[in-house]
Design a protein. Structure first.
Lengths: 146, 196
């Protein structure tokens, strides 16, 4: 019984952390021109402060650009005519739950690795239609042509 | 021979754009990491800043890493680089033993953190509370939460919207410096504040 009480007590502090984990994974920081977030099938105009959720697709149009950060401080910037999906994001270091998978369908991007990359490089993947990029704590650029 | 010249000519004509290009860059502190680019055809490791590979198909291996001219980098990636936001910053604030009270040294860091927040047009913040291993687990969970909550209250009083702040507490479970139980360690009595 005492164990149960202690367990419940610990849960009080742990549960909100999980709840956050399934919700917002990042935030749009800068937008130029036409930038959209597709969340559960519905594209909306992205603005600085727009929230990003797992499985969202971020798109920029002609002469447009946008940047965003994820909760582990990964920084992603997209050039014009770009499309990128946040396929998986788990960031619970206290529970060793770490995963970041992004996929770029087209366009250009700058990627600056965050805390997941530092704690567990093997948990970070950046995919293009033909290749997978493994990252060990760094910055890189990607261009994908249609 | 003629055939090859024709193919060459055609490649020049269409610009011969590869299907993807990946280039390794130094980070803001000038540090250069390592990236591995893998297709079904093979894997190439890039270790040098400004070096990149081309990818032509899933079946073929990426090209050998080669230095990419700055002019070319700017042409391909200039727009993405230009939209990069202010980079995230992380601070460690330290606490007096057994209390949700900042050391005077950490207290003096508050204006700097608040300035860093206000310079950003939009901001999201993570606050994570920690303790050392003096006291029981339950006591330390509660204490780490109170420490994180103190920082939260300070930032909200500075006019930050509560919705842009995440508060979590790890108790004694995530030390900066691992110690045996019941050992006081000032570096572990901390709150991590990340400003993005």
């Amino acid at each position: 019984m005492r164990k149960l009480v202690v367990g419940l007590f610990l849960l009080m502090f742990v549960v909100p952390l999980w709840a956050e984990d399934t919700a917002i994974v990042g935030e749009v920081k800068k937008v130029k021109g036409d930038a959209k977030i597709t969340h559960t099938g519905q594209p909306i105009n992205a603005q600085p402060g727009s929230k990003i959720y797992t499985e969202d697709i971020l798109k920029t149009g002609k002469d447009s650009a946008m940047s965003f950060t994820l909760k582990d401080s990964t920084v992603l910037s997209l050039g014009p005519n770009s499309e990128l999906a946040v396929k998986d994001f788990k960031f619970v270091p206290s529970d060793k739950k770490l995963s970041l998978i992004t996929k770029m369908m087209k366009g250009s991007a700058s990627y600056i690795s965050g805390t997941i990359g530092k704690l567990s490089p093997e948990s970070v993947k950046f995919e293009t239609p033909d290749a997978t990029i493994g990252i060990r704590g760094t910055k890189f650029l990607v261009k994908v042509n249609e | 021979m003629k055939k090859y010249i024709c193919i060459l000519f055609l490649l020049v004509l269409v610009g011969c754009a590869p299907k993807a290009v990946v280039v390794l860059m130094p980070d803001a502190e000038g540090k250069v990491g390592v990236i591995e680019v893998a297709t079904k055809g093979g894997t190439k490791t890039i270790k040098d800043a400004g070096y990149g590979v081309h990818i032509e198909s899933t079946e073929s291996a990426p090209s050998e890493p080669a230095k990419m001219e700055e002019k070319k980098i700017n042409k391909l990636f200039g727009a993405a680089i230009a939209i990069q936001p202010i980079l995230p910053k992380q601070y460690n604030l330290y606490f007096i033993s057994g209390e949700a009270q900042l050391t005077s040294e950490s207290k003096s860091m508050l204006p700097q953190i608040i300035a860093e927040i206000k310079v950003r047009p939009t901001v999201d913040i993570s606050i994570i509370g920690h303790t050392d291993r003096v006291g029981t687990n339950e006591y330390n969970y509660k204490l780490s939460y109170e420490r994180a909550k103190l920082m939260y209250d300070i930032l909200v009083s500075e006019g930050l919207p509560a919705g842009s702040i995440d508060v979590t507490s790890h108790g004694e479970e995530n030390p900066l410096i691992p110690t045996a139980d019941d050992v006081p360690e000032p570096k572990n009595r901390r709150v991590e504040v990340t400003v993005r």
